[in-house]
Design a protein around this ligand. Structure first.
Ligand code: GLU
Ligand code: ZN
Length: 551
């Protein structure tokens, strides 16, 4: 009996050697420094902010170096609904315009290193696992769940490290004959890697973010192929795929750091070149005085759908993440306002190696800035796209009043210091509702009058102004001069200087009167430019509102 007999018994259908795949997956045609990165999510049905963060790093690394970025679907945990989940991943990457250069979606494979879906690569994994069995570096394990549980308990009681290693790796000691006999008898098994490592030995490893690490060698005979579906575990698939697909830089969450010694031992057993690793820090947030991990259970902002629902411009989300990918991003961006985020040279060394702060307030600021710099027509388009999905009522109003809405969004825009009142697209309705009669009329109104609160006086100001002074065609200066004339007529100071010198001579001043008009028309004491608002509303609608107020 030889290892080969065992390997053939387990994988009778695998005929070729691993070198066969070196013929198929030829080295990529890369120039010095060009990087190959990959985003390798498990299709779970939603994208975590942390996963997107990694994908963004992958994308920037690839684009920085003129390399490429591919998507690999890690669906070896086949219990879930894969198709929808994959669509979500693709839609998200598309939405943020960080599309992979190679991927597989909807039956279409783009790229020469596929399939890019792990469940379609079973034969490849089996070939590599068969090879390990043949060289004596993998073996079948027949331990049941109960056996393993018992072992773990014993280890805990005796204060040993838990796991399948050394004296605890029971099936490693079975003879080839025993192994073959059990398989022939139909016993269930998994395949384990046969480790040659010694946990007491430490070795040095350079992670591009974490720097030089001292890690213990792996000594666990970890599972590389599961029993239920013959699919590989992450450990085996990671090594085989990143080798064959020629990944130069593996970007993944730091939760994988503890398995790194396993992966390194596997690479070594196959004699494969080890890629560079970028283990990304956890995304954390401040909560009162403490710092904690952003959790999908507690924090809505942990999933990417949150940003879609809120209607953040994609660039705002990307830039908020860029500022935590490298803390010098902001400075660079201020100095290079016209450059795109992929022009920024990402440096893993400059990345925080402990927690990375993701701050929603910061996102809001970035988002306000981005929206303030958009053209009114672009705000309209983006808002309309958002409303189509999330706000039917507003969508209809935007359709009905397209030109009007664009004029509205243009107030104090496209100028040196534009207004920054829109945080995101879901916020716009809250800011402009009073400019749409349908929304104005149905709202429970609360008028925010300030200094002048007397109903009769308010009525008098509004009515006199509208009847005697207001003309729709007035330019801004004329408009304001007429408010001043009204002040003079009704006993308010039209000149602030005069008012300050003798406040007792007047009922109030021109600012108080303007506020009355503003509140009467909009209910709010603070709005964008009142002249523009009045011009947009037009005389008839303003008068109607004053009537509503008086009634
Ligand atoms: N499928 C793994 C995960 O979702 C990928 C980790 C990696 O990027 O290698 O965590
Ligand atoms: Zn076993």
């Amino acid at each position: 009996m030889t290892n080969k007999d065992l390997a053939d018994l387990i994988f009778p259908e695998i005929k070729h050697d691993i070198s066969y795949y070196d013929e198929i997956y030829k080295p990529r045609d890369l120039k010095e420094g060009e990087k190959v990165t990959r985003f390798a999510p498990s299709p779970t049905g939603f994208i975590h902010l942390g996963g997107f963060f990694q994908a963004l790093i992958d994308y920037v690394l690839a684009k920085n170096s003129n390399g490429l970025f591919y998507l690999r679907n890690e669906d070896t945990d086949q219990k879930r609904e894969i198709k929808e989940a994959t669509k979500l991943i693709m839609d998200t990457l598309k939405h943020y315009d960080i599309m992979p250069d190679e991927y597989e979606f909807d039956g279409k494979i783009v790229g020469k290193y596929g399939p890019y879906v792990q469940s379609e690569r079973k034969e490849i994994y089996h070939t590599f696992i068969k090879y390990l069995i043949e060289i004596g570096r993998a073996y079948p394990c027949f331990c049941t769940k109960e056996d393993l549980e018992k072992k773990r308990k014993q280890q805990e009681e005796r204060k040993f490290r838990t796991g399948y290693y050394g004296i605890w790796s029971h099936c490693r000691k079975l003879s080839l004959e025993e192994q073959i006999e059990k398989i022939k008898a139909g016993e269930k098994y998994v395949i384990r890697f046969k480790s040659l490592g010694n946990f007491e030995n430490k070795f040095k490893f350079d992670d591009l973010v974490k720097g030089r690490l001292e890690l213990p060698e792996n000594d666990e005979d970890f599972v590389i192929m599961k029993s239920d579906n013959g699919l590989p575990t992450y450990h085996l698939a990671h090594v085989v795929d990143d080798y064959l697909m020629k990944t130069t830089h593996v970007v993944r969450g730091e939760e994988w750091l503890s398995s790194l010694p396993k992966h390194l031992e596997l690479f070594k057993a196959f004699g494969m070149k080890i890629p560079k690793y970028i283990h990304t820090p956890l995304l954390v947030k401040k909560e009162e005085n403490s710092v904690r991990k952003i959790s999908k259970r507690k924090d809505p902002e942990a999933t990417m759908t949150y940003y879609h629902e809120k209607g953040y411009p994609t660039l705002a989300v990307i830039e908020a993440l860029m500022t935590i990918i490298n803390s010098n991003y902001e400075e660079w961006h201020t100095a290079n306002p016209d450059k795109g985020f992929t022009d920024f040279q990402y440096s893993p060394k400059k990345m925080s190696s402990s927690g990375a702060f993701f701050d929603l307030e910061k996102l809001d600021n970035i988002s306000r800035n981005i929206i303030s710099k958009m053209k009114a027509a672009d705000v309209y388009d983006a808002l309309y796209t958002w409303a189509k999905q999330y706000d039917e009522e507003f969508k209809k109003l935007l359709e009905k009043y397209k030109e009007y809405s664009i004029c509205l969004f243009n107030i104090e825009r496209e100028q040196k210091k534009p207004r920054k009142d829109f945080v995101n697209f879901s916020d716009i309705k809250n800011q402009v509702w009073y400019m749409y009669d349908e929304l104005f009329e149905k709202k429970e109104k609360e008028y925010h009058f300030q200094k002048i609160t007397d109903k009769d006086e308010i009525q008098k100001i509004c009515n006199t102004y509208m009847a005697k002074y207001y003309h729709e065609k007035d330019d801004k200066d004329t408009w304001f001069n007429k408010i001043k004339e009204l002040c003079d007529e009704l006993g308010y100071a039209s000149n602030m200087k005069e008012y300050k010198e003798n406040p007792d001579h007047f009922k109030g001043n021109v600012a108080d009167v303007s506020t009355v008009l503003r509140v009467a028309i909009t209910t709010l004491s603070m709005t964008p430019d009142l002249y523009e608002i009045m011009k947009l509303l037009g005389k008839e609608r303003i008068q109607k509102r004053i009537r509503i107020l008086n009634s």
